[in-house]
Ligand binder design. Sequence first.
Ligand SMILES: Cc1cc2nc3c(=O)[nH]c(=O)nc-3n(C[C@H](O)[C@H](O)[C@H](O)COP(=O)(O)O)c2cc1C
Length: 167
Amino acid sequence: MELLELMRTRRSIRKYDGRPVEEEKLARVLEAGRLAPSARNMQEWKFVVVRGSRLEALTKACNGQQMVQEAGAAIAVCATENHMMGCGQPSATVDCSIALSFMLLEAEELGLGMCWLGSFMAPAVKEALDLPEDWTVVAVSPLGYPAESPDARPRKPLGELVVTLTD
Ligand SMILES: Cc1cc2nc3c(=O)[nH]c(=O)nc-3n(C[C@H](O)[C@H](O)[C@H](O)COP(=O)(O)O)c2cc1C
């Protein structure tokens, strides 16, 4: 699908039918994350794929958002390092967010669903997944086959967003 059209049709998916995601499709989603740009190209990230019994604890750590368990798989995007960029923004958050954005789009292309989760208790996620203390959990997302086709959420018109500066 043409990229802009894919971006138009992508939705956050919160209901899943539980069908397992094929290894090849999972690999493609992860590959999309691998290809993402990062500050100084440091790629200081880990994509933690969660399946099986740990999903229950991960769901609890995500404040009980059942979609995590229902999807049958989840990805926790973690930063292994963090530095403040010259612009004052933390590289960990920015880099991992780009990686997950790429994954969301590839999942859509493959007919899979994801939903960016920012509502989670980071210490509980780390405990559920046995992650090293110095990693930062930036985002979590379920990954699976959608069992819903949500309507588009509204977006502000460009006129409200774009500031054009000319001489
Ligand atoms: C940083 C971030 C955090 C989010 N956290 C959650 C969350 O914890 N739970 C949830 O159901 N959706 C979460 N979302 C999904 C947003 O609600 C969703 O992207 C937004 O409503 C637009 O809908 P769409 O993705 O279908 O276009 C999050 C999205 C972002 C980008």
